[in-house]
Ligand binder design. Structure first.
Ligand SMILES: Nc1ncnc2c1ncn2[C@@H]1O[C@H](COP(=O)(O)OP(=O)(O)O)[C@@H](O)[C@H]1O
Ligand SMILES: [Mg+2]
Length: 354
């Protein structure tokens, strides 16, 4: 065998047995060539296909139109095309394939045939489907978490308000009555203890009211977002010593109830995050009501974090993920601007339309 013959044999072997399929299709759509790899994937002998069948016959009915369209575009002048399609084996089974198709033309530019590589992408397709299914499940679970959280908070708040709150008020009343009924000599001995207890009970009543309010902000229904955020921020400041400035014009126009609740919860969680993670001493909460949308920003001057990394992988906490989920349910969006050492801005936007 001459050297040339040797090279030709090697090239033929490469064509026939390459780890991907190769084929060529003529102007009438007939298969004019196909390598052994693709023939074996499709389950045909060379004589059954080459020169006898159109390639489109090996494409599933579902994908036939798209293939035909791509083929005609190539024949009519397009240089190359890349399509994902389904190929049908001789035994009727189907697999996913990626076709990269180029064209061969003569000197006058007349189309002679296509030249295509075929890659089996079944595994990738399966992984993509699986990933989509997981994403949908994750979304459903997050949504459910939001619902459960809201209903648990409602129950807890009612329990606190109706049972503990009422009982504390009764204790307070009793303590006052006892105080009034005590003879002077006893009052001198235990009066200060009694006053202490009354003070404690009153403080606890207030604390319970605050906690119940944070769990279920009834103010929100009655007075809207700006008032509720301001009141929450005041309590937060008093409790933590972190200065919070709320800039919000009370919107004359009220938002949908779900939107107000979502934005309030986001503000609440963002402030909790400031306390837990940021070491900030100053927070700006801004509520801007535009013509089309409402935008809530919580900006701190703390340590910051690698925000884009965090949003995708909510392995540590659920706070940011739930913020995102709440907004997704309202067709809104969440943006987090943060970098190490540069503070954090959480920006939640929802449309104003009902
Ligand atoms: N204001 C912030 N400043 C610094 N880091 C933050 C801030 N908010 C969130 N983070 C970071 O993002 C992570 C995820 O927050 P989140 O989803 O609310 O979960 P969790 O608060 O339960 O950790 C936090 O663990 C923290 O590392
Ligand atoms: Mg959190």
């Amino acid at each position: 065998m001459s050297e040339e013959e040797g090279i030709a044999a090697e090239l033929r072997d490469l064509y026939e047995n390459a780890p991907c399929g190769y084929h060529s299709v003529g102007p009438d759509g007939m298969v004019v060539r196909m390598n052994r790899t693709e023939l074996s994937w499709l389950g045909y002998a060379c004589a059954e296909l080459v020169g006898r069948r159109r390639y489109v016959d090996a494409v599933s009915v579902r994908c036939r139109r798209a293939y035909q369209r791509a083929f005609e575009a190539l024949r009519d002048g397009r240089d190359s095309s890349e399509i994902e399609t389904e190929l049908v084996r001789k035994d009727g089974s189907v697999f996913d394939a990626l076709l990269r198709i180029g064209t061969v033309r003569d000197r006058g530019g007349i189309f002679l045939n296509t030249r295509a590589t075929v890659v089996d992408i079944t595994a990738r397709k399966r992984a993509e489907t699986e990933a989509r299914r997981y994403a949908a499940r994750l979304r459903a679970i997050s949504q459910r978490i939001v619902e459960i959280q809201e209903s648990e908070r409602r129950n807890l708040s009612a329990e606190l308000h109706d049972r503990i709150g009422q009982d504390l008020s009764t204790i307070n009343l009793n303590l006052h009555i006892i105080r009034d009924l005590l003879p002077a000599n006893l009052l001198g001995k235990v009066g200060s203890r009694l006053d202490d207890s009354i003070g404690l009970v009153e403080g606890t009543v207030e604390a319970v009211r605050d906690v119940a309010g944070a769990l279920r902000p009834l103010v929100l229904d009655d007075y809207g977002l700006a008032v509720t955020l301001r009141s929450h921020a005041e309590q937060f400041s008093a409790r933590t010593g972190i200065r919070v400035v709320v800039e919000a014009k009370d919107p004359v126009l009220r938002l949908r109830q779900e939107a107000e609740m979502a934005l309030f919860r986001i503000g609440q969680e963002a402030l909790t995050n400031v306390l837990k993670h940021s070491q900030a001493d100053q927070v700006y909460v801004t509520l801007e009501v535009g013509r089309e949308e409402v935008c809530l920003t919580i900006a701190d001057n703390g340590c910051g974090f690698d925000a884009p990394d965090r949003l995708g992988h909510a392995t540590e906490g659920l706070g940011l993920l739930i913020m995102q989920e709440r907004l997704r349910a309202l067709d809104g969006s969440l943006r987090i601007e943060s970098r190490r050492g540069g503070g954090t801005r959480v920006i939640a936007t929802v449309g104003r339309k009902r």
